[in-house]
Design a protein around this ligand. Sequence first.
Ligand SMILES: Nc1nc2c(ncn2[C@@H]2O[C@H](COP(=O)(O)OP(=O)(O)OP(=O)(O)O)[C@@H](O)[C@H]2O)c(=O)[nH]1
Ligand SMILES: [Mg+2]
Length: 330
Amino acid sequence: MNFQTLQKIESPEFYLDIAIKRGKKEAEKAKLKVRGGDRLRKVAVVESERIKAVGRELHGMLSGIIKNFPEVDKLQEFYRELVKCTTDYDELKRSFGAVIWADRQAAKFMKLYYSRIRSSNDVKAAYSNKKSYYGRVSSALKQVRKGLACLEAARKTMKRFPSVKTDLKTLVIAGFPNVGKTTLLKAMTGSEPKIASYPFTTQRLMIGYFVREGKKLQVIDTPGLLDRPLEKRNRIELQAALALKHLAGKIIFVIDPTGSSGYDAEEQLKLLEGINERFGLGIVVAVNKADIAEKEAVESLMPRLKKFPVFEVSAEKNIGVEELAKSVCD
Ligand SMILES: Nc1nc2c(ncn2[C@@H]2O[C@H](COP(=O)(O)OP(=O)(O)OP(=O)(O)O)[C@@H](O)[C@H]2O)c(=O)[nH]1
Ligand SMILES: [Mg+2]
C-alpha cells in the first residue's frame, strides 16, 4: 500500500472558491448562448447554469476525497492497526460520514435551486434564489470543516506509514541494537535496504527483498521497535510494534553472544521471551558474530534456546546465512 500519493484535503473555502470560479466560467458561456428572449429568461438560464456548474464541481471534489481516501476497514490488518494507533479512528469514520453528507447536501441544493431559478417569476427572485443556494451550500461545507481537517491530519499521518508489500511473505528481524540486524538483512538480500519511516520510532525501518525458488520474500529490519523490552513501551507504541505481527510470517531474532553490542546474554534472552509471548509467531534465532564469538559463550546460550530453531551465523562474513535463509523459507 502506498499512502504517499494521497491528495491533500483542503478547507471549505478552498473548495467553494474553485466551484464558484467554475460557476462563473459556465455562466459566461451561457450568456453568450442565450441571445434574444426576455431578460428574465436570460437571467434564469445563466444563473441556473451557474449553480449547476458549482454543484458539479463540488460533487467532483467531495466525492473525490471519499473515493481517494483509503477505506480503513478495507485496509490490510497491519495498516489498520497503524491507523488505529496513530489516529482517532472513530473521529476518522465520523469525518468520512460528514464529507459524504456535505456532498449529498450540495447535490440536493443544486437540484432544488436549479428548478427554483428556472421557475422564478421575476429577475429579482432568480438572483435571490442563486444567493440562497450559495448560502446553503457554503454553510453545508463549513459545517464539515472539522471533518475535512481531521481527514487531512490523518492523511499527513498516513503519509509517513512505511510502504511495505502486504502480499509478500515477510520476515521481521528483531534484536537489541548493534547485534547485527542490518548487516544480516544486507547479507540475506544482497542489497542496500530501502528506508521507510514508522510511527513512534526515531530510527527507520529497513526493507529488503530476495527471491527464493521463484518466490519473492520481504525482509524488514526494525531498529527502534523490537530492540528493547516491550514492557517499557507505552500502550500506543506497543500497539504500533505489535502491528508487525500482521505482516510477519516469521521473526528472526538476532543474538550477539560476544558482548560487543553492549547487551549481555540475559537481557537478550529476556527480550526474545517477551517477543515470543507477545507475537505468537514462529521465531528463528540467529546467533550472530560466529567469526568472533567464543565457543563457550555460544554453548551457554543453547539450553535456553531449545524452543527455537537456532542458526549460528556471521552476518558480516556471510557464514551460515544461506542455511538460515533456506530454513526460514521452508
Ligand atoms: N565480527 C562481526 N561483526 C559483526 C557481525 N555482524 C555485525 N557486526 C558488526 O556489529 C556492528 C553492528 O551491526 P549492525 O548490523 O549495524 O547492527 P544492528 O543490529 O543493525 O544495530 P542497530 O541498527 O543499531 O539496531 C557493526 O559494527 C557490524 O560491523 C558479524 O557477523 N561479525
Ligand atoms: Mg541497524
